[in-house]
Design a protein around this ligand. Sequence first.
Ligand code: NAD
Length: 333
Amino acid sequence: MTYNVTLIPGDGIGPEIAAAAKEIIDASGVDINWEVVLAGEAVMAKHGTPLPDYVLESIKRNRVALKGPITTPVGGGFRSVNVTLRQKLNLYANVRPARTLPGISTRYEMVDIIVVRENTEDLYAGIEHKVGKNAAESIKIITREASEKIVHFAFNLARQKGRKKVTAVHKANIMKLTDGLFLDCAREAAKDYPDITFDEMIVDALCMKLVQTPETYDVLVLPNLYGDIVSDLCAGLVGGLGVAPGANIGDEAAVFEPVHGSAPKHAGKNRVNPLAIVLSGIMMLEHLNEKKAAQRVLEAVIAVLNEKTHLTYDLGGTASTSEMAAAIIRKMS
Ligand code: NAD
């Protein structure tokens, strides 16, 4: 079977890591017809927008995309392409696994958390305005529809992956209406999944507990902003942004991408770690039900990590992006 997959290389380090991921995934034996489409800073001058319509059309047609990071200007400039993409395609679930990988030394062992972040609303709805000269307001939107969707998604994912516990994370003690609604939806949904333990935690307490006993957490489900922050924290528990994959999933399409950004200071130097996008590619293969290919790539990655001879700078090595990618490919041949 041949799969049509949209590949968005992205900005900064994006093209280097996307090229590495494409080669590695192709070497796994799966037959992918990559439709490469450009987005971000690279197309801004030509198209007047960082997200031309052809990008959305390609993803809608293929229903699956692998995406490199895209730069978002701070303060002014264009709106985040990532946020717009998630909203336009209704990619309501952001899934970020954080799992201890062999060969990567961290402070913790046995971390295996899946962060499920609501991806379309909360403070990321982008409804902001100035109030006079010296104040500004941002509106936090939480709806029953989006909250129910994400908590059911989290419980179903837990079931599908054989997980035992779902923890809903909130700040409903302070934001009684918005986070209160999210928490009510989680409590209600939990009744439909008696086989899975339900737990709830206030986000600040969770952050402390995560750095103390991360091995006690399983699946976390959070509104957008807390999910964004907590998933980076979880990435830090297992080796940092260089090894943190992600997926944005909706009913009509799924976009797989690393958690990290475009790291402009490293762009074009062929030195960053390709693993975050490669692990995102493994999630994509699982989504396509290509479990054997996914396992092949994972085993090759683990072999290279254990060998420790072809690691990038962030993992304590001196290999380039392409050298590490070539080492992974050799393990599959
Ligand atoms: P960043 O993740 O790009 O980089 C922060 C630091 O993390 C880098 O300087 C580098 O030291 C390290 N790092 C990141 N990726 C790495 C890798 N693959 N290998 C090794 N080290 C790595 O975060 P930032 O500097 O805050 O953001 C840069 C740009 O990326 C911003 O414009 C931001 O908006 C954008 N961004 C995009 C996405 C996305 O497209 N999904 C996500 C986050 C940030």
